[in-house]
Design a protein around this ligand. Structure first.
Ligand SMILES: C[S@@+](CC[C@H](N)C(=O)[O-])C[C@H]1O[C@@H](n2cnc3c(N)ncnc32)[C@H](O)[C@@H]1O
Length: 289
């Protein structure tokens, strides 16, 4: 879901690392008094569980995901996440990545934590399993509805994956669910998608991969603001098997800062906001009591 222009090659120092996390955290007001009981809310969600979510996500480009997003500085992002966790929860031992995609953050953090991941897309989970092996628990799950029956010291949902919840109701369900999987004194980290006020309709974006045996051009034109919003990606992909072109519609919720803050507070979490985050989209840092 990268809307900004991308170049190939890792970003050596994302802006997020130029300052220490604690220097740019904005403390948000304490949790509202009439916080709904997280456990009761989660039980209600389980009772309403419906058929698997048929979200509009990476339907055809999964096997090219790592190549397309090779511009992302995953090692530096993992370093930043590690620093946030070490600063706030030095004893944290277990970590769950929700919407883990191909498992790149998990690969980088598995030396520090006992890690696990879930993702809605079976193909993403298969790619993550290829990367991580069978020792890392990985499951196909919808972030708004899953129940692993255990908790983790850190629960994170990165790279704007949370926006695929599309509606405020599902955003609330997802954040409540992340909170339910956080241990006592656990951390919930959510990297948001763009806010409505930052959306730039008419922005033309292109991302190119130029490797031996693999060429990709992925282009998009940012549509007028709507909620939910459909980003259409146009792909032209050449491999040794042939050249194909296809489009993918990614439907995302255009949540406001207040939507995210309320979702955390409704889930019973105290929340701080780091306006920079791993890649300039910010980061919500929830703490469970
Ligand atoms: C932009 S990718 C991010 C992947 C990974 N976290 C990363 O940083 O590279 C978004 C991921 O969210 C997953 N996803 C979308 N909707 C989801 C849902 N409802 N529950 C769980 N995962 C979902 C997609 O399958 C995809 O792997």
């Amino acid at each position: 879901m990268a809307a900004a222009a991308a170049v190939e090659g890792p970003d050596p120092v994302p802006r997020g690392l130029r300052e220490l996390p604690s220097q740019r955290i904005i403390r948000l007001p304490p949790v509202a008094e009439e916080v709904p009981c997280v456990v009761a809310e989660a039980a209600a969600h389980r009772a309403q569980r419906t058929a698997p979510y048929d979200g509009d996500v990476f339907r055809r480009s999964q096997r090219f995901y790592d190549a397309i997003y090779s511009f992302k500085g995953y090692p530096a992002e993992a370093e930043m996440l590690r620093a946030i966790v070490r600063e706030r929860r030095p004893d944290a031992r277990t970590l769950l990545d929700v919407a883990c995609g191909t498992g790149k953050h998990l690969e980088l953090l598995r030396g520090d934590f006992d890690v696990a991941g879930v993702d809605l897309d079976p193909e993403m989970v298969a790619l993550a399993r290829e990367r991580l092996g069978d020792e890392v628990p990985l499951q196909v799950e919808d972030m708004a509805e899953f129940d692993l029956g255990r908790t983790f010291d850190v629960v994170m949902c990165l790279f704007s994956s949370i926006a695929y919840t599309k509606t405020e109701d599902r955003l609330n369900s997802a954040v409540a669910n992340l909170a339910r999987h956080a241990a006592r004194d656990g951390l919930v980290l959510v990297e948001p998608w763009f806010y409505p006020e930052d959306w730039v309709p008419g922005h033309v974006d292109a991302n190119f991969v130029d490797r031996d045996g693999l060429k990709i051009a992925r282009m998009s034109l940012s549509p007028p603001l709507s909620d939910p919003l459909t980003m259409t990606f146009h792909y032209l992909v050449a491999t040794t098997e042939g050249v194909e072109s296809f489009t993918e519609d990614h439907v995302v919720g255009m949540f406001t800062h207040q939507h995210y803050v309320s979702a955390f507070q409704n889930a019973g979490l105290a929340v701080d906001h780091d306006p920079e985050g791993p890649m300039s989209r910010g980061l919500y840092i929830g703490s469970s009591a």
